[in-house]
Design a protein around this ligand. Structure first.
Ligand code: HEC
Length: 107
């Protein structure tokens, strides 16, 4: 019985950790839907949008963005930053997934 319980605890922990880390593959789907228009396919910003919004859109793969914590990135996605509006289409687990995908854009 003890074995079964510790097995369940381990699996639950594993799921919880996988959740915290996010799933980059699912994140890409959400990114393509919610971020790509402005941030480009590889995070290097869409110049036309930047010009239209009259703002510099930082490269998501740059050291400046990559040095932000997962928490900072999640807050920007859900709360917006400067001229970027909160992305209401990205919620819950999808936020972690998008953050995981943004990590793959690192230069
Ligand atoms: C409508 C266009 C638009 C969309 C959609 C958009 N962003 Fe942004 N994003 C911007 C702009 C513009 C800025 C710069 C804001 C500023 O500095 O005023 C920005 C800034 C950021 C930053 C901060 C970079 C820094 O160095 O400060 C991150 C991180 C970011 N976006 C991630 C995302 C992610 C992830 C998504 C999708 C969930 C997303 N954005 C969707 C336009 C957009």
């Amino acid at each position: 019985m003890k074995r079964i319980i510790s097995g369940i605890v381990l699996v639950t922990l594993g799921v919880a950790m996988a959740h915290a880390a996010g799933n980059a593959t699912e994140g890409k789907t959400a990114y393509d839907k919610s971020c790509r228009n402005c941030h480009g396919p590889a995070g290097e910003a869409n110049p036309a949008i930047a010009k239209m919004m009259k703002v510099d859109i930082p490269n998501l793969g740059s050291p400046e963005v990559q040095k932000m914590s997962d928490e900072d990135l999640s807050k920007i996605i859900t709360g917006g930053k400067g001229k970027m509006q909160p992305m209401r289409s990205v919620t819950g687990k999808a936020v972690d997934d998008v953050v995981a995908y943004v990590r793959t854009l690192k230069k």
